[in-house]
Design a protein around this ligand. Structure first.
Ligand SMILES: CSCC[C@H](N)C(=O)N[C@@H](C)C(=O)N[C@@H](C)C(=O)O
Length: 349
């Protein structure tokens, strides 16, 4: 659980006395309440309250590490108002609508409500032992599901067949899918987020499978590109280039490395193979209660890797009308380097 004391220090640095937390993952991180989308947390310098409604009275009492107040807006806001008089109250700019901001300002006329960014997210980037256990468990379930389904990825089955079998295997192992499984075959591989369709996988194609499991709210994330039959020389060349970029970037992971430099390393390698223009996204991202969280491994990122971060390394190339390749590992930044958490085999073309 993210420490309230650490958050209060971050709040003071940001110049706010209180923080109204509406990002579902942050609500969960701070309170332990697993239905974060239907909860809010108010943190002041002396206390914290979980606000949720009567559907969750029993659940919240069982899960929350902070006191609960059961109500819906505007009663929620009215309950908080006396505590907030004369205070600067931060709201999470990335997770609050303009309409709710208006409502809060109207409900708290004696407070100054100011947008802030990333205060709780900043505390979530390094994972503790409990979080790491959940992430490892999620990845192990995804690895096992992939190992089971990999042999069934062949010409004649649909992308949806593959996605369904993967989801079933993860569900049977006690996990939910972390996101809508991506199975992109043949020319569909040119769509980085081509979710599984009714397309029938053909002979001599590449199939990109991007999947993850969710355990105790923590996500895993892994991509493998699978060869069916004997893909063309062009597809093999793309595959080998992406694998080279992926392995080089993973090998460079250690504390102190700038995330932007890792992105550059992978991008330069792909550019050397004439494929840089087809690498259509960032090298990776942090993973935890959100599938995409800090640190960001994009070229413009200011983030620097620290031990305890869990990140993806996932270069890809996407060539319209031809197809695509993405290879993604889930990687823990350790004190002196890295540990690859995703164990599923990679095809060697
Ligand atoms: C719909 S969640 C899919 C997760 C997937 N493994 C993934 O992270 N794909 C990346 C290509 C991605 O979306 N990267 C983001 C961070 C980006 O580059 O903006």
């Amino acid at each position: 659980m993210t420490s309230l004391e650490q958050l209060r220090s971050a709040m003071r640095r940001a110049g706010v006395d209180a923080l109204w937390i509406s990002d579902p993952a942050n609500v969960r991180a701070l309170s332990g309440f697993t239905s974060g989308k239907d909860g809010k947390v108010l943190v002041t310098q002396s206390g914290a309250t979980l606000y949720t409604d009567a559907r969750y009275t029993v659940q919240a009492a069982g899960e929350s590490s902070v006191p609960q107040f059961i109500a819906r807006p505007p009663d929620t806001y009215a309950h908080a108002a006396p505590t907030l008089g004369g205070q600067r109250v931060g709201i999470e700019a990335d997770h609050l609508t303009v309409a709710v901001l208006d409502d809060l300002r109207a409900a708290w006329p004696d407070a100054t409500v100011v947008p802030v960014r990333g205060l709780v997210q900043g505390l979530r980037v390094r994972k503790d032992a409990r979080e790491l256990a959940a992430l490892r468990a999620a990845q192990a379930i995804a690895d096992a599901a992939f190992a089971q389904v990999h042999p069934t990825i062949r010409a004649g089955v649909t992308e949806l067949d593959v996605a369904l079998e993967l989801e079933l295997a993860m569900r049977r192992a006690g996990a939910q899918s972390a996101f809508e499984i991506i199975v992109a075959s043949g020319p569909n591989g040119a769509k980085p987020h081509g979710v599984a369709s009714s397309r029938v996988i053909g002979e001599d194609e590449l199939v990109t499978v991007d999947m993850g499991a969710q355990v105790d709210g923590y996500h895993s994330d892994m991509t493998r590109t699978v060869a069916v039959g004997n893909p063309s020389a062009e597809l093999r060349r793309m595959y080998r280039a992406v694998l080279e970029a992926e392995e080089a970037a993973v090998a460079a992971v250690r504390p102190g490395v700038r995330a932007a430099d890792l992105d550059r390393l992978a991008r330069d390698l792909l550019t050397g193979h004439g494929l840089g223009e087809y690498f259509a996204h960032s090298l990776g991202h942090g993973v935890g209660l959100d599938i995409h969280e800090g640190p960001s491994l994009r070229g413009t990122s200011e983030d620097v890797l620290e031990s305890g971060m869990v990140i993806t390394i996932e270069p890809g190339v996407y060539v319209p009308d031809v197809g695509g390749v993405r290879i993604e590992d889930l990687v823990l930044v350790t004190d002196h380097g890295y540990e690859v958490l995703s164990r599923a085999e990679k095809d060697h073309l």
